[in-house]
Design a protein around this ligand. Structure first.
Ligand code: NDP
Ligand SMILES: O=C(O)C1=N[C@H](C(=O)O)C[C@H](O)C1
Length: 233
């Protein structure tokens, strides 16, 4: 498979290693202002910056190149991107987190939210810890976790920082050098605490998931998620 990397930073370089080890070829490594011919690629993998993701994705869809995006912090335009993909008969997957472990953690989080829904004594909170170079907060993964709880509980929204209302899930974002990504969901009462936590030990799991998604989407059209790729039901 000929792969275009849209973004050649920490993730782009990690994806390159995994892709080559699985027999693929990297034919484009796009950074900030590079002009590229995306039509040379079988598939594009976007791990860029929040301001660039939407244009990178739209350009691939317009030119009929399947696109995987892991960039976070641009989701205000996600609905526009999926509508454009449907309109153009393109192929697109966005995931806030491509690791297998986190995608299982997402399901566990939803199950736990359902089980805790009627237990009014527990206070829910979320924490995400990432390296100091991260541009967005809260992390895309923390937002997906919060949305998973909201869909399965009486909570209505999330906010960054301390709790502002009992209808909201507070998300604390911490920045510590070199942390690849740690997410914790807490349910705390006066008598006990339930905690579920995912710790990424490196970026390898994110990169592998993105390459597996790129292999999976070839010759398909539509908007998909990692649940489709991993066949999680
Ligand atoms: N979904 C997931 O599983 C994961 C998602 N991420 C997300 O992926 C994104 C990238 O993370 P990371 O690799 O750590 O970040 P980096 O800052 O290391 O890399 C971003 C890269 O994008 C480049 N870039 C800037 N503008 C453009 C553009 N217009 N087109 C293409 N590339 C551009 C930057 O180039 P330059 O340096 O020249 O500006 C840089 O090489 C973030 O949004 C992060 O949150 C990260 C890990 C896992
Ligand atoms: O920026 C990162 O590094 C990461 N970003 C993603 C996010 O915002 O959730 C995924 C992972 O946690 C690493």
């Amino acid at each position: 498979m000929k792969i275009a990397l849209l973004g050649y930073g920490r993730m782009g370089k990690e994806i390159e290693k995994i892709a080559i080890s699985r027999g693929h070829e990297i034919i484009i490594r796009k950074e900030l202002n590079d002009v590229i011919d995306i039509t040379l690629a079988d598939v594009a993998i976007d791990f860029s910056v929040p301001d660039a993701a939407f244009n990178n994705i739209s350009d691939c869809i317009k030119k009929n190149v399947p696109v995987i995006s892991g960039t976070t912090g641009w989701l205000a335009r996600y609905a526009e991107a999926t509508a454009f993909c449907e309109q153009e008969n393109g192929a697109f997957i966005y995931a806030s987190n491509f690791s297998l472990g986190v995608n299982i953690f997402f399901e566990l989080n939803k199950q736990l939210a359902k089980m805790m829904n009627s237990l009014e004594d527990y206070r829910i909170s979320l924490e995400e810890i990432h390296h100091t170079k991260k541009l967005d907060a809260p992390s895309g993964t923390a937002i997906t976790l919060a949305e998973g709880i909201i869909a399965n509980s009486k909570k209505e929204n999330w906010n960054l920082g301390e709790e502002i209302s009992n209808k909201n899930i507070p998300i604390i974002a911490k920045r510590i050098p070199d942390v690849p990504g740690t997410h914790t969901v807490w349910y705390e009462s006066e008598v006990d605490t339930i905690e579920i936590k995912h710790t990424a030990n490196s970026r390898k799991g994110f990169a592998l998931g993105a390459v597996v998604a790129a292999e999976w989407i070839l010759n398909k059209t539509g908007v998909f998620s990692m649940k489709d790729v991993l066949n999680i039901r």
